[in-house]
Design a protein around this ligand. Sequence first.
Ligand code: FAD
Ligand code: DHB
Length: 389
Amino acid sequence: MRAQVAIIGAGPAGLLLGQLLYKAGIDAVILEQRTPEYVLGRIRAGVLEQGTVDILDLAGVSERLHAHALTHDGVEIGASGHRHRIAFKDLVGKVVTVYGQTEVTRDLMDARAACGAPSIYEAESVEVHDITSARPSVTFTHQGAKRRLECDFIAGCDGYHGVSRRSIPVEALSVFERTYPFGWLGVLADVPPAWDELIYADSERGFALASMRSETRVRCYVQCSLEDKVEQWSDERFWAEFKLRVGEDVASRMHIGPSIEKSIAPLRSFVAEPMRYGQLFLAGDAAHIVPPTGAKGLNLAASDVFYLYEALTGYYKAESRAALDHYSERALRRVWQAVRFSWWMTSLLHRFPGEDPFSSRIRASELQYLFASEAAQRTLAENYVGLPL
Ligand code: FAD
Ligand code: DHB
């Protein structure tokens, strides 16, 4: 089997790259270790930057998004029993789009199926070979048979636990990491949201986020201990805790319902540099992870993919390697901006176990400054809606 580009991973990064390349007439095969149902069952991000929507437009997969997604002009930040609106549109003239990662993935899967481009699901034991040569390949086992995919380039879009980054010699990679001493417990429920815009709430009991997927479905999170297990959190316990954190007015008017998904995610910042080794290019969570505060993970995956798409089209259409050689540096510049912003939002809005009184005062003072200063609000807004591609 041969393709110009072998894509490892059919998450949003791999599927989006596949679709952009298909539209450009570059053939790619996607190898995914899980089933399509498993990939669609993972409930993750919910907020898209305008730049991400533009890339989905370019890929020709945004019809359903434009018909069903919600547009938000701002968010609310809650602290000390009050809420303050950060008015994106007024402050920086941009908005964000609320549309779940599951829906983005479904649209991309449908588009790939419609154009007949090849995806191999349940590809086991994926391994990359000869990545520093001009003729790399990927081997895998499918339905019991060992297969080899020969290619010009490999796109490692296989997430944090994937094989691509681990195939790069450790001495060729620099890794930067920060773990946070808490996780997020998330619940999805079919009830109408009692909030018009997302609420990021700091409270004495810890952080909470009120989000949504549609006019009839909410996604809510509470900061939890890293030791917590999902089974310890009944729906009743979750909603009681969420109400205590989100603020009395919202708590008194909100609807609750049975969870249709409940999961705990640890929070971490992680960057591996460079994002290229020979003919292997990393994109999305394969190269970097951000804590979810700030909603940057999926958006970064989309911007990496856009840069990689431009680099590959530069090579195939204009016979130029310049953008391929520049890919890692270009992507990392944007990655670090999002790493910084997500770290800052996380530090501002979470109670750290054992936080010393000085740190508490600094955090409280930063929140006061944010609420009082239009300059500070503009900085938050500029980063939240997404820095330019
Ligand atoms: P992934 O979505 O991880 O996709 C990688 C794909 O590669 C997967 O389908 C995987 O099965 C496949 N794969 C892995 N290994 C192999 C292999 N060896 N061979 C073949 N295929 C392989 N971001 C936000 O902005 N907001 C959020 O609320 C949010 N919540 C999150 C919650 C969790 C639990 C996690 C893990 C992430 C969350 N994120 C969130 C981050 C966001 O979902 C990711 O940034 C986004 O999924 C990145 O897309 P990706 O395609 O790079 O990676
Ligand atoms: C959602 C997740 C986030 O991490 C975030 O910052 C905003 C929204 C969500 O799942 O809806």
